[in-house]
Design a protein around this ligand. Structure first.
Ligand SMILES: Cc1cc2nc3c(=O)[nH]c(=O)nc-3n(C[C@H](O)[C@H](O)[C@H](O)COP(=O)(O)OP(=O)(O)OC[C@H]3O[C@@H](n4cnc5c(N)ncnc54)[C@H](O)[C@@H]3O)c2cc1C
Length: 391
């Protein structure tokens, strides 16, 4: 960035509210992205690839996997520190943040919160180190926003469980060592820790994605998968168990989306200052400044919201509908910022030489997963009115 420009997230000096430890964690993740991700991510995106195992090991060494969890090799960081890490990861690419979110906030959190001691010892240290990769299977081909209707079944056979069904759009599935899979039993929804090499489990990578290309997404087929009784998550009872995992992961998205937006805005700002048309820099036109000012205002508001929710989480007072407010606002605004930045870059805005279109495309997935915008509007609407408008 040119010395005469000012970083959009510094305008209100919100960083002054961060602790030294929070700043340090952020600086470490930013440096990791600069060295390990930024130089390569455009190529991974174009090729639809991600060296996920390699990255997971590096992230594990830095304590980024399950970093807000305690014990079992996890770092035990604050929710705000975890959020700042997500922001920096997603400033690299939403696919990188997805890798970390699914591992830490979905798969590891489910085992940490609902698992037996044996399940925790077996999986969490290896997952924290990035030696084992996890996925979280809730969505099905015919059941997305309405997981209560899931068709995957788990039936008892002696002491064993037998799982049949399928999961769709599952991040990390093509390379996962372990899946937390949700299935309907006679007693309602239950969770299972499924080693992905169990006979009857197969995965197929979903290709031709136009969004989140630097992320591995797959379908999981479960065909008579026999698991011992000990594979069931003992503390997970009913649909509220997977939904609580999603609340956990959404908190990371509230922060992460801001990272994608910040990267777009910094790129557009630098571009607008250096690109000349009609004899002056684009940044010198009032219309461009209005865009830059409005985007910066939204970015700062989103950051304030994330900080507030993070502090609530650290105080143990964060409620699911509050996370819905954050996810709805911050992803929606981040996408708007990415699209607006795209206009400032003109034709270059659609080029993979710049990160803006990649972020904009990624944010389309982020808008949809972990509860679509419409579902979060309904969550907030229900809280306001007391009326359930879902079905
Ligand atoms: C890249 C990617 C990665 C993903 N990773 C995972 C993962 O790791 N694990 C996992 O379990 N899932 C994952 N998902 C799935 C994701 O959570 C679902 O796509 C999401 O929940 C929406 O479900 P759906 O796509 O079936 O859309 P649908 O539920 O069919 O919805 C389609 C549209 O209808 C709207 N709609 C639905 N119901 C209502 C209603 N009652 N009122 C108003 N509008 C409504 C929705 O908001 C949406 O706009 C991933 C998705 C993507 C794209």
């Amino acid at each position: 960035m040119s010395p005469r420009t000012s970083a959009p997230l510094e305008l209100l000096d919100l960083d002054s509210t961060l602790s030294e430890e929070e700043r340090q964690i952020r600086a470490v993740v930013r440096q990791l992205m600069d060295e390990r991700v930024r130089p390569h991510v455009a190529g991974w995106y174009e090729q639809g690839q991600l060296p996920a195992r390699e990255l997971a090991r590096e992230f594990g060494k830095l304590g980024l996997l399950g970093m807000h969890l305690t014990g079992y090799g996890c770092a035990g960081a604050s929710a705000v520190a975890y959020g700042l890490a997500c922001l920096e990861l997603e400033a690299g690419d939403s696919g990188i943040r997805s890798l970390v979110s699914v591992q830490g906030s979905l798969a590891m959190y489910a085992i940490w919160r609902f698992g037996s001691e044996e399940q925790k010892q077996r999986w969490l240290p290896a997952m924290a180190a990035g030696e084992a990769i996890g996925c979280f299977g809730l969505t099905e081909p015919d059941h997305g926003s309405d997981p209560a209707s899931m068709a995957t079944r788990a039936r008892r056979d002696g002491d064993d469980w037998v799982l049949d069904g399928g999961k769709m759009w599952i991040t990390n599935a093509p390379i996962a060592d372990v899946g937390v899979v949700w299935a309907r039993t006679e007693d309602g929804v239950r969770g299972f820790v499924v080693p992905m090499d169990t006979p009857g489990v197969s995965t197929q990578e979903i290709r031709h994605k136009m969004s989140l290309r630097a992320s591995l997404t797959g379908e999981i087929v479960l065909d008579g998968v026999r698991l011992p009784a000990a594979a069931q998550l003992p503390e997970a009872v009913g649909l509220k168990a997977p939904l609580s995992c999603l609340t956990e992961a959404r908190h990371g998205i509230v922060w992460g989306a801001l990272g994608a937006a910040r990267d777009c805005l910094e790129t557009a700002l630098t571009y607008a200052v250096t690109r000349t048309q009609f004899g002056r820099p684009l940044a010198g036109f009032q219309l461009t400044q209005a865009k830059l000012a409005d985007m910066t205002v939204e970015l700062q508001k989103g950051y304030l919201l994330a900080l507030h929710l993070g502090r609530l989480a650290d105080a143990g007072r964060l409620r699911p509908e509050q996370v819905s407010v954050g996810k709805l606002n911050n992803v929606r605004e981040a996408l708007e910022i990415a699209r607006q930045c795209r206009t400032i870059l003109g034709a270059n805005g659609i080029s993979g030489e710049y990160p803006v279109m990649r972020h904009a495309n990624n944010l389309e997935s982020v808008l949809t997963y972990e509860g679509t915008s419409e579902i979060h509007q309904l969550v907030i609407g229900q809280r306001l009115t007391g009326l359930n408008a879902f079905a």
